[in-house]
Design a protein around this ligand. Structure first.
Ligand SMILES: [Zn+2]
Length: 206
């Protein structure tokens, strides 16, 4: 199985047959000038949202210098927000409701494949949140974020992106200093900060 992350959400899993269909027909062309631009699967190359998706991935890649010069293949995910391969630099994204947070999460999986980020979905979420403020445009899937910071369908309330990003950066720094429970620390910190903001501002305002 080339897939490592079939459960970006708790929704229907992509069947193996469907996954293979998406996996096999990558366009076998050299990357365009610059070398680091994504290669599109045939499915994505025909997709009406391809320009938006490629633009978003390109922008996200600006914050992943480790992947510079590496052609990353992109396909379409169905039934999940996205998934990634640990065997080759390839990610699959669901065009519907695509956010930078999902793209960042899948790109961090590629860093995990290179041994540059600790393995695991929660660690993947944390490192994707720490990467850049712009990439924190939705709540992560695997980490606990207080309801006071989120809106409908995983959106974030004003100010929440900054709070989450800054705390994730601090958690990653702590991990670098040997803190083993850095993910739990992040969740506790975000919860405490959200509570203190809520207490100051009154209910429902963050
Ligand atoms: Zn994942």
């Amino acid at each position: 199985m080339p897939y490592t992350d079939p459960m970006r959400t708790q929704e229907t899993l992509v069947s193996e047959a469907e996954g293979l269909q998406l996996f096999l027909p990558f366009v076998a062309e050299p990357p365009p000038v610059g070398g680091e631009r994504p290669l599109l699967s045939r499915v994505l190359a025909r997709h009406p949202s391809r320009r938006r998706i490629v633009r978003m991935v390109d922008l996200a890649l600006d914050y992943f210098p480790e992947l510079e010069g590496i052609p990353i293949r992109i396909g379409i995910a169905r039934g999940a927000q996205g998934y990634a391969s640990l065997d080759e630099p390839a990610i699959w994204l669901n065009p519907r409701g695509l956010c930078y947070q999902t793209i960042a999460h899948e790109l961090v999986h590629l860093l995990q494949a290179r041994g540059e980020v600790p393995l695991g979905e929660r660690s993947c979420d944390l490192y994707s949140l720490a990467r850049a403020l712009l990439l924190v445009d939705a709540a992560p899937v695997y980490l606990e974020i207080p309801a006071a910071l989120t809106g409908p369908r995983g959106t974030l309330r004003p100010g929440a992106s900054r709070l989450i990003h800054d705390t994730a950066r601090e958690a990653v720094a702590r991990r670098g200093r040997g803190e083993r429970r850095y993910i739990r620390w992040f969740e506790n910190q975000v919860a405490a900060k959200a509570e203190s903001i809520r207490a100051r501002a009154g209910p429902g305002i963050v």
